[in-house]
Design a protein. Structure first.
Ligand code: F6P
Ligand code: MN
Length: 338
């Protein structure tokens, strides 16, 4: 029997109708992002068959070895989004400088930030990866966009989302009216609404952290994890479970689905850089999603979305997920600071 299913485009258009004064521009921009993610999904799916696994033999601005698929995905995102006239400029994990819209195309009022392929160390081993994006409004009357125009706190984001290339491809996004998930129907090439209004359980007994960094941690993190590991007999009186996928998108998606906390905290190994994860195109969009789903996201000392960025590729410590657990970790930080 035919069942009426809501496509992502229909959902976005209907949402936009609720926003006074919204033009069709935003819907159209999201459509181009969705198209880019479908292309990347298809490439990721075909993997070795289309010769895209392995290293590109270049380093990105972060000093990380770029995978072929990092470079290709970055290109797909640019080509899908540069022509339509919605954007003033783009910025990506894979490009040192911002990418102003080329002169042959009309310039629009939005700025797009993205991490084209997050967790890309997982590609060659066929483990889930994803794309993260964030949309900001360009300052009024910007003629030549600069990096400065992008340096807005996460609270200014108009939309944030990710595509997860897992056993199924999903798109999860927020425009500040809850978080909604869509699953790609490969047969018709459309994302279909499958997870309406996702909410994160406030309590949880599952944590995600790279345990190999244990010796570099700060006392509040060591305390929290030690207490979890002590299990039923310890101060928490509960057995905890641990997961580490090394793909932030997959990690956040698990937390949206069944709760938990994810941490990439400041430690003595990453403190010179300010943390491990990038503020503008990793931490901010994920924080927007997590908060919209009722969770919490912090550096340990401050709400991530309130940080005034000072540069495009800035890094931050990240602690996010189920509210009660994140609050506890923050209280350990406050106690240690006193
Ligand atoms: O881009 C950052 C990232 O790949 C995240 O997706 C992931 O959470 C983290 O790095 C993995 O870090 P590590 O290599 O320390 O496990
Ligand atoms: Mn990344």
């Amino acid at each position: 029997m035919h069942k009426n299913r809501t496509t992502i485009t229909q959902f976005i258009i209907e949402e936009q109708r609720q926003i006074k004064g919204a033009s069709g521009d935003f819907t159209s921009l999201l459509n181009d992002i969705v198209t880019a993610c479908k292309v990347i999904s298809n490439l990721v799916n075909h993997g070795a068959l289309v010769g895209i696994l392995g290293s590109a033999e270049t380093d990105n601005i972060q000093g990380e070895v770029q995978k072929k698929l990092d470079v290709i995905s970055n290109d797909v995102f640019i080509k899908s989004n540069e022509w339509a006239g919605h954007l003033a400029a783009m910025a990506s994990e894979e490009m040192e400088e911002i990418y102003p819209i080329p002169v042959q195309y009309p310039r629009g009022k939005y700025l797009l930030l993205f991490d084209p392929l997050d967790g890309s160390s997982n590609i060659d081993v066929n483990v889930s990866v994803g794309t993260i994006f964030s949309i900001l409004r360009a300052p009024e009357n910007v003629d030549k966009p600069t990096e400065q125009d992008f340096l807005q706190p996460g609270t200014e984001q108009l939309c944030a989302g990710y595509a997860l290339y897992g056993p199924s491809t999903m798109m999860v996004l927020t425009t500040g009216r809850g978080v909604h998930g869509f699953t790609l129907d490969q047969n018709i090439g459309e994302f279909i609404l499958s997870h309406y209004n996702l909410k994160i359980a406030p309590d949880s007994v599952e944590f995600a952290i790279n345990m190999s960094n244990q010796r570099f941690w700060t006392p509040p993190i060591t305390r929290y994890i030690d207490e979890c590991l002590a299990g039923k007999e310890g101060p928490r009186g509960n057995d905890f479970n641990m997961r580490w996928i090394a793909s932030m998108v997959a990690e956040v998606h698990r937390i949206l689905t069944r709760g938990g906390v994810f941490m990439y905290p400041l430690d003595s190994k990453n403190q010179d850089k300010g943390g491990r994860l990038r503020l503008m195109y990793e931490a901010n969009p994920m924080s927007f999603i997590i908060e919209q789903a009722g969770g919490m996201s912090s550096t340990g000392l401050a709400r991530i979305m309130e940080i005034q960025p000072t540069h495009l590729h800035q890094r931050v410590p990240v602690i996010l997920g189920s509210k009660t657990e994140v609050k506890r970790i923050l209280s350990y930080h406050q106690e240690a600071a006193r």
